[in-house]
Unconditional design. Structure first.
Length: 302
């Protein structure tokens, strides 16, 4: 069966007139007759009995009418749904973002996306960097926002900005009045950081190890918010991505640029390599690029 044949049959079945069906479909009588004949041949029997004075349905034709109505309604509905998806009037998007981005930069991005595409539902998975990569690789989400992964992992990476690690110290610490801090100065105090397998923890350990510096950990936690609160209470100091500056400030800590060494890593959008993104995902990627600054810089807190 073809769509044209079904529409032709239904037009005749509802009017019981080839003439009226032709007018409704804007077809010639030979074209209409050919469509009906083709449908009957494909199904294996007669659907209509036509004489010079009347048209009536066979029992098989009667049984096809509700089926044809349902098939055509489903087709029209599918057409409309897809049209709405391509014009971003309907749809759903799932993305994953590492906590440092999800808690700080992502809300502004979602606001911009919502203003432009209010009918697109967005699901956000706030998970650690490694889980972001895994969810994109397994295609559980279309987009991920994370640190740049290792090469050759089957993922496409579009950089958004470079994030630099900064120191977080208690507001009453002697270090709080400095304009910048060296790692050697920071690590004289008890150090608080995220637990493994956090990418933040691994990056710090790897980069410092290359400089011959061991990361002495006094306290560790799974959550950046807990790390920030522990620092603010005076338990020690920490280092976090500059993405978290506002969050650390709200928790009561003070952020300062870190040098010797400067530790930085690109942050960007992950997607499956070689796979076409949905229109909604493409729109989100464009808004991410337009909303975020190209580099993450940090001055001392005012």
């Amino acid at each position: 069966m073809t769509l044209k044949q079904l529409r032709a049959f239904l037009a005749v079945a509802q009017t019981l007139s080839f003439t009226q069906a032709c007018e409704h479909l804007h077809l010639s009588q030979p074209a209409l007759s050919l469509a009906i004949k083709g449908l009957e041949e494909s199904l294996g029997g007669r659907l209509l009995i036509r004489t010079t004075r009347s048209v009536r349905l066979t029992p098989e034709g009667e049984s096809l009418v509700p089926l044809a109505k349902r098939l055509l309604a489903d087709w029209d509905n599918a057409e409309e749904v897809m049209r709405q998806r391509f014009t971003l009037q309907l749809g759903r998007l799932a993305l994953a973002a590492m906590p440092s981005f999800a808690c700080n930069q992502l809300p502004a991005v979602l606001m911009a996306f919502r203003r432009q595409h209010p009918r697109i539902e967005v699901t956000v998975h706030d998970v650690i960097n490694e889980q972001v990569i895994d969810m994109v690789r397994r295609q559980r989400v279309e987009l991920g926002i994370a640190f740049e992964p290792a090469a050759g992992d089957g993922l496409a990476f579009t950089p958004l900005f470079e994030d630099r690690f900064v120191a977080v110290v208690p507001p009453d610490s002697p270090l709080a009045d400095a304009t910048t801090l060296r790692w050697a100065e920071l690590l004289r105090d008890d150090f608080i950081t995220l637990q493994r397998p956090s990418m933040v923890r691994l990056l710090l350990e790897q980069e410092l190890a290359e400089q011959g510096i061991e990361l002495p950990v006094a306290f560790e936690s799974h959550q950046l918010a807990t790390v920030g609160r522990m620092v603010a209470s005076g338990l020690g100091v920490s280092a976090v991505p500059a993405l978290c500056r506002q969050q650390m400030h709200e928790l009561g800590g003070r952020c300062l640029p870190l040098t010797e060494p400067i530790i930085a890593r690109p942050v960007g959008v992950l997607s499956p390599a070689g796979q076409e993104l949905s229109v909604a995902a493409q729109a989100m990627q464009e808004i991410l690029a337009a909303t975020l600054v190209p580099t993450a810089t940090l001055e001392t807190d005012a």
